[in-house]
Design a protein around this ligand. Structure first.
Ligand code: EPZ
Length: 422
């Protein structure tokens, strides 16, 4: 297991190129199953979640080759419709293969994704939507066994919550279904729009992606295409946080600024000066951040839950008290005790809100990464802290951030990856 050693209290300065969005790439990789033939996906991040998806593609009988951020998938010879337990466990989001496997093969057999560090990970919304579209589902012995009676058919689906994964699975199964599917209260994330852009290039008929109601008119077949994954808005915001927490000045290359509309005002509230020009963003940060009045996680276009931990790290060293409310996941404050080991002053109320009172300086300490985003929050705290921080279990971080240590080092951070035997 690898760990990071961060020697903090250094101002970051320089330019960083963004990686492609993990949460776009995963459903798009699954969507390559729908077009029998060779798909080419550019700007694929080189991270462990993408490697797990490639393993699933190969298990299903497809060929998949990732080289220099371009993934070439040939799904012509797909000959299986199941995903074994070890591959399901490798990555919780492997459930996004469900809709595509059913649409391609008329049946699917997957293991239930277990709970994870964020709390329970139910898939009831995915399954009830698929049932409405004519899928017969048996849930027993930890397995989800699905078969389509005649042909997958369109349906009107009103989601009680705009679940990202459920919206993706419905889209993936509806594009080849007979008739029209209307999803109301759909997730509106840019990653959903990217998935739909990809599918439309393949010949799918989808209208309303990025809005609350999505209309999908089923077509008979899709043809493979070439697509470029959008830049990762969560990685972009996390790097902005790295500038903010170190009083630094970073330039990010390759952003889509509209995807950052919900977070730029918060950085400005904290005293950062942000300039955006085309696909470049420059963030210039003050020596000490102002507190945030209130940060509440919400479905897009609200403030992303995937940035809550990183913003909490900023609050720990800001000049006053900030309130954080987590509305999406039941258990997403696992970073709190770790930040407190570094001297942060945080009071958690129930499981959904916390008051963070900024301290002048954190002090380095050994801490444990608990999930992907929480891991980066600890790196941020380490960058701001006096002395050495050891972040253990960085395999969480490798799921979503490509060459993070190298990128931070290039802009002045003192961070080192130490590999240890398991
Ligand atoms: C996606 O997960 C992201 N993952 C998550 O990012 C992100 O935190 C989340 O959306 C919310 O934005 C990927 O895109 C791969 P949801 P997903 O279905 O699709 C409840 C990261 O760090 N729910 O929108 O699994 C659920 O329990 C990851 O990159 C049900 O109740 O999220 C949760 O409370 C972590 N029943 C809420 O909805 C369901 O059937 C949001 O879940 C499905 C979800």
């Amino acid at each position: 297991m690898a760990k990071f050693i961060v020697d903090g209290n250094r101002r970051l300065q320089g330019e960083v190129d963004l990686q492609g969005a993990k949460n776009s790439a995963l459903p798009i990789i699954s969507a390559t199953l729908l077009c029998s033939g060779e798909s080419v996906i550019h700007c694929c991040p080189i991270i462990s979640d993408i490697n797990a998806s490639i393993q699933i593609l190969r298990y299903l009988g497809c060929s998949a080759k990732l080289s220099d951020h371009t993934l070439i998938v040939d799904s012509k010879d797909m000959n299986r419709c199941d995903i074994p337990e070890n591959l399901m466990n490798e990555m919780r989001s492997s459930i996004v293969f469900l809709g595509a496997i059913i649409a391609r093969k008329g049946k699917a057999k997957l293991y239930f994704p277990g709970g994870c560090e964020l709390g329970p990970r139910p898939i009831d919304l995915h399954l009830s939507a698929l049932r409405k579209m004519g899928v017969i589902i048996d849930e027993r012995y930890g397995l989800i066994t699905c078969r389509v009676k005649d042909k997958l058919h369109g349906a009107k689906i009103a989601l009680p919550f705009p679940s990202v994964g459920a919206t993706e699975n419905i889209i993936l199964s509806a594009v080849l279904a007979k008739g029209t599917t209307i999803i109301s209260n759909a997730a509106r994330e840019p990653e959903i729009v990217d998935l739909c852009d990809y599918l439309v290039k393949c010949g799918a008929e989808i209208y309303g992606a990025g809005e609350s109601t999505i209309y999908i008119y089923g077509v008979d077949n899709l043809t493979p295409t070439v697509h470029t994954i959008i830049p990762d808005r969560i990685v972009a915001s996390t790097l902005m946080a790295a500038s903010a927490v170190t009083g630094g000045e970073l330039i990010l290359n390759g952003i889509i600024s509209s995807h950052l509309d919900g977070v730029i005002p918060l950085f400005e509230e904290a005293g950062c000066n942000i300039k955006v020009r085309n696909s470049k963003l420059k963030i210039d940060s003050p020596n000490r951040l102002k507190p945030f009045k209130s940060v509440r996680t919400m479905p897009y276009p609200g403030f992303p839950t995937d940035l809550q931990a990183q913003f909490m790290a900023l609050m720990t060293v800001s000049e006053g008290a900030s309130l954080v409310t987590e509305n999406i996941w039941e258990n997403r404050f696992m970073h709190v005790p770790e930040l407190m080991r570094m001297g942060a002053n945080i009071n958690v109320h129930g499981h959904a809100s916390a008051i963070v009172r900024g301290v002048k300086r954190l002090s380095g300490a050994p801490v444990m990464a608990t999930d992907l985003r929480a891991s980066f929050a600890l790196v941020l705290a380490g960058l701001a802290a006096e002395g050495e921080t050891v972040v253990n279990r960085v395999y969480h971080l490798d799921r979503g951030y490509e060459k993070l240590d190298e990128k931070l080092r290039a802009v002045g951070a003192d961070i080192e990856r130490i590999k240890e035997a398991d």
